[in-house]
Design a protein around this ligand. Sequence first.
Ligand SMILES: [Zn+2]
Length: 161
Amino acid sequence: MVNKAKQGKAVAAGKPAQRQAAQKTVCIVCRLEREGIPVADDVFISTVRKLKSRLGRLAGNRLVVCPDDIGKAQQKRGRFEKYLMWCSILAFAVLLVLTLSSRTMAFGLLAGVVAGLFVMLMAMVSYYPKMDDAALKGYLARTGKSVGAAGSKAAGARGKR
Ligand SMILES: [Zn+2]
């Protein structure tokens, strides 16, 4: 199967390979057990993982995006990044107004904390994971496929990085 090459690569990449071998790989878009591009581990994923393991509900699935859903996942991720950006701008604007209109430093600080929490909460609620860049590039190079047709939004989000 195709998986052999991928597994070899994972072993070369580092230690988690052994643990991953026993895990199920689940596509985050179609929720089916499929092979695909691994999802990048970021602050949100590791936080959720920590919370879940603390609650004793760690499923232990490895999250991937199957080849059929790469375009969809990129679009959704692009939407999330845009949304988060607007939330940050909004929070900053509100914070600025509150700080300028208040006379006390303490109130400004409080407003800052609230604005920060607001952005984090919005991010958590609407969170959408990102595919591992290196794995995605490798996949695209291997298959010669292009997902640029998935939408100019996703392409724009990628170009910025
Ligand atoms: Zn899928």
